[in-house]
Design a protein around this ligand. Structure first.
Ligand code: ADP
Length: 584
């Protein structure tokens, strides 16, 4: 497997991941927020002037001027808020596009052992994380955060115009901050529990959908329903717990907001009586206090959004920091002849198995090719599939190496390996679309002639001939409209399109009837003249047609050599020998 490497540009923290690409527009948002908040000050100043000048001195001209001033301020405020919303939306969309591109690219570059180490639901969650990041950055909660620094302005104004009530506001702000922190801790914790429970439920949903045919045919519904009910109930309970905690904090915040008004008016009334401030200043301070406390109340109830945002961004950052396999080799190589050399190859799936000295592949050494049809046989679980994946560089060996024409496949980029070594898995996955689309997926620039040639070699032409729309037949999600054998032939055609000099086939004829199998084998034999073909197979009747046969048992080579020799030994029951060099 390619040497481990990490994405070079991944920032250390999750915040860097989301803020770095949008730092410029975010500065714009903060600047606009400054003006928006300056306009917020216009209302209390207007009220202060009306109480203390217009009412006290019957100043009608002052009132007219003030109203005109306010009308202009309101218009500007509207325009600025609109502009800010637009920039915020743009920031969120830009980030979504940038992270989305990186996410798909990263997933493409992850080594197979990492991709297999998490359930499908975990990978789908990452795309929901992307949505969460966009929705939070483009939503009211982000605007709220941009407004927070300017609360200091409101406080400053209260200190200037209504100093006696400033300590009251400070105390209430302290109370609010304590509430927001407690909410962050407690609601944050139950939000995490809620999301984990929802994830477990969604994973089961994914399995239920994927396994729907099996569930139906084996009548597994009755056994699975209680499992679904348990997970669904756990998700509901977690949501309820989070909801009641969040509500409690929201209501407490509301109570503190009312308490703030009562305290400010009471303390302010005493100050007015003692002539330390004017009635206008008291009313204006009250309005300002509302502007001050409002965002703090919102903050304590927005904590769920922030916690979700943080968790999503953290997960994305963790993904971007994962090791990548080698994408490019860096040098163009000539088409290999197809000599595969395996030297002291050992492999295990997990460290625990390795400690128990139970390698799935143990000390394999052999040489195949160039050319020829070669078979790997062995009981279920003997390591045939694992060996094919190792030959294609999909896993990193624990020891030893795989060479293609003398080059270590671990040093080749994934694209180059795919060009040189085709692999058709046992559970050959097809995509929604036509037969032609599925073959062309291997090389979107391939000509129709090349597609037809790959189809002919894999026996897909006969399949297409039986279908109403031929090559343009829609095969449905996962190719479910085709039979197992038809899918297998289509997957083979897809692998043949790039015409790789080496082909690895996992049980290529398992689902074929006798006639189809003979045709595919005849085609493979023709291909094997100038291609090295290695197939894992259970079909002993194919063996006499092979150039060489490897027999695996528990990951070790039991027998290996020219097919005639191995078959003779198998027939006489001799299992000795460790032939390591076999040609076409
Ligand atoms: P075969 O193709 O001969 O049936 P495999 O190569 O699929 O055998 O499997 C060899 C051994 O490796 C088996 O014991 C199997 O349980 C184990 N194995 C296969 N795939 C994985 C995996 N992704 N994670 C852990 N163990 C695995």
């Amino acid at each position: 497997m390619a040497e481990a490497r990490h994405a070079r540009e991944t920032p250390r923290g999750w915040l860097g991941l989301v803020l770095r690409p949008v730092a410029g527009p975010l500065r714009e948002v903060l600047l606009v927020s400054l003006f928006v908040n300056l306009f917020v000050l216009a209302v209390p100043l207007f009220v202060l002037q009306v109480y203390d000048r217009v009412i006290a001195h019957a100043g009608m001209t002052t009132l007219q001027a003030l109203v005109i001033g306010m009308a202009v301020a309101i218009a500007f405020d509207f325009v600025l808020r609109q502009a800010r919303s637009r920039v915020v939306q743009r920031v969120a969309l830009r980030l979504d596009a940038e992270l989305g591109r990186r996410l798909v690219d990263k997933l493409r570059r992850l080594p197979l052992h990492l991709l297999e180490s998490r359930p499908a639901g975990a990978w789908q969650t990452l795309f929901r994380d992307l949505e969460t990041v966009r929705a939070t950055l483009g939503g009211a909660s982000a605007v709220l955060l941009c407004d927070l620094p300017f609360l200091a302005l409101f406080f400053l104004l209260i200190v200037v115009f209504a100093a006696p009530v400033a300590p009251v506001l400070l105390a209430m702000a302290g109370l609010m901050a304590a509430l927001a922190l407690a909410s962050a801790w407690l609601v944050g914790r139950s939000s995490r529990g809620e999301r984990a429970a929802a994830r477990r439920r969604d994973e089961l949903v994914g399995e239920l959908v994927q396994g729907r045919t099996t569930i139906k045919s084996l009548g597994l519904g009755a056994a699975l329903v209680p499992r679904w009910e348990d997970r669904h109930a756990a998700a509901i309970e977690a949501a309820l717990e989070r909801g009641s905690r969040a509500d409690a904090f929201h209501n407490a915040g509301h109570a503190v907001a009312i308490l703030t008004t009562v305290a400010i008016v009471s303390v302010g009334a005493l100050a007015v009586l003692e002539q330390q401030m004017t009635v206008g200043a008291l009313v204006a301070a009250n309005i300002l206090a509302g502007r001050f406390v409002g965002p703090l109340v919102q903050l304590s109830s927005s904590w769920r959004t922030y916690a979700g945002f943080r968790e999503s961004a953290q997960r994305l950052r963790d993904l971007f920091a994962l090791e990548e396999e080698r994408a490019e080799t860096g040098i163009a190589l000539p088409r290999p002849q197809g000599v595969i050399t395996v030297e002291g190859l050992s492999f295990h799936y997990d460290a625990a198995a390795a400690q128990a000295s139970r390698n799935v592949i143990e000390e394999l050494s052999f040489r195949l090719g160039p050319g020829g049809l070669h078979a790997v046989i062995g009981a279920n679980g003997s390591g045939k599939t694992t060996l094919l994946k190792l030959l294609q560089g999909l896993y990193r060996p624990a020891a030893g190496r795989v060479l293609l024409d003398g080059m270590d496949v671990a040093q080749l980029g994934r694209e180059q390996i795919a060009d040189c070594i085709g692999y058709v898995a046992q559970d050959c996955f097809l995509f929604d679309g036509t037969i032609k689309d599925n073959i062309a997926l291997a090389d979107p620039r391939a000509s129709d002639a090349a597609i037809l040639e790959a189809a002919r070699r894999a026996g897909v032409q006969e399949v297409a001939a039986q279908l109403p729309d031929g090559f343009m037949t829609q095969i449905g999600e996962g190719g479910h409209r085709l039979s197992g054998g038809q899918r297998q032939r289509l997957a083979l055609a897809r692998a043949l399109l790039r015409d790789p000099p080496v082909l690895l086939l996992d049980e290529p004829t398992a689902n074929l009837d006798r006639e189809a199998r003979q045709r595919v084998v005849a085609n493979l034999l023709e291909l094997a003249r100038d291609h090295t073909i290695v197939m894992a197979t259970h079909s002993l009747d194919l063996l006499p047609q092979c150039a060489s046969v490897l027999v695996l048992r528990n990951g070790r080579m039991l027998l290996g050599g020219p097919a005639s020799e191995v078959l003779a030994r198998l027939q006489t029951g001799s299992a000795a020998g460790s032939v390591s060099e076999v040609g076409p």
